[in-house]
Write a protein that binds this ligand. Structure first.
Ligand SMILES: [Fe+2]
Length: 268
């Protein structure tokens, strides 16, 4: 069976799996829908990026399968712990690998491809790329990490734009919405490094961490999408406007974006 055919079957499996979590509770339903929608859009984003790299049908299929399954652990995580915070529950990537193995989801893929998918799921949320993995595995992992970030930016910026909506505590990782910006978060970002989830203390920290994802992108197409959608600006606009730290972090991130945009004339 071709990878594209297996992808079709896996989409069916994914839909059935998600349906098994349906609930009468509105909040549960909202959060399940949030992750199902996220998955759908990460699939679209990974194909978009993959096309700009002229990937074969086979490799596009592998990339899309990794996107389809990367957050499969989110459903069990939310049902069990009622949070998407890995800190407060379990690492959702590890739950995902367990779910895939328990349900023999990857059995129809050849072992090498199955291994790439497992590793992509397992490492997609790590602070940095793992050491000692082969080039092909790292390539798919980079694709997934870029596509995943693009949609998290999409989701959070939509949410920040509609501030009047009710707050979604799961999306805010249950962090308090106070003024502070934590020192370790500021320090990482000001050195052009990703901030660590373990250092998050406030919602502002989390927003800044989201700006800092720009330092973990791998493909020009991804930078271009971030620029075209004004994700960095939208997040900056919901941070304290008088804070010089916010300004510093934003300017640095913006400069990194400009440097990595394809071609000339990247200003907006
Ligand atoms: Fe994701």
């Amino acid at each position: 069976m071709s990878t594209q055919h297996i992808l079709m079957d896996l989409k069916q499996w994914f839909n059935d799996y998600v349906r098994s979590f349906s609930s009468d509770d509105l909040v549960i339903r909202q959060n399940m829908d949030l992750k199902a929608g996220h998955t759908r859009r990460v699939c679209e984003a990974i194909v978009d990026i993959g096309m700009t790299l002229n990937l074969s049908e086979e490799d596009l299929g592998i990339a899309e399968i990794s996107a389809l399954l990367h957050d499969i652990g989110r459903f069990e995580q939310y049902l069990k712990y009622r949070t998407f915070s890995d800190q407060r529950s379990e690492n959702h990537a590890e739950i995902g690998v367990k779910v895939l193995k328990e349900n023999h989801v990857l059995n129809s893929l050849n072992p090498d491809t199955a291994d790439i998918i497992i590793k992509a799921v397992k490492f997609h949320n790590r602070a940095s790329l793992p050491e000692g993995e082969g080039e092909r595995c790292l390539f798919f992992l980079k694709l997934l990490r870029d596509a995943d970030k693009l949609d998290i930016w999409h989701v959070v910026t939509e949410y920040y734009r509609n501030k009047d909506n009710e707050r979604n505590h799961a999306l805010e990782l249950d962090l308090p919405d106070t003024e502070e910006i934590s020192e370790p978060i500021y320090n990482s970002l000001i050195h052009g490094r990703l901030a660590r989830t373990a250092d998050l203390r406030t919602l502002n920290d989390f927003k800044l961490l989201q700006i800092g994802w720009i330092y973990d992108l791998n493909f020009s197409r991804t930078f271009q999408i971030v620029r075209d959608n004004g994700y960095l600006e939208t997040i900056r606009d919901v941070l304290p406007s008088r804070s010089s730290r916010v300004k510093e972090i934003y300017e640095l991130a913006r400069a990194h974006l400009e440097r990595n945009c394809p071609g000339q004339g990247c200003s907006r």
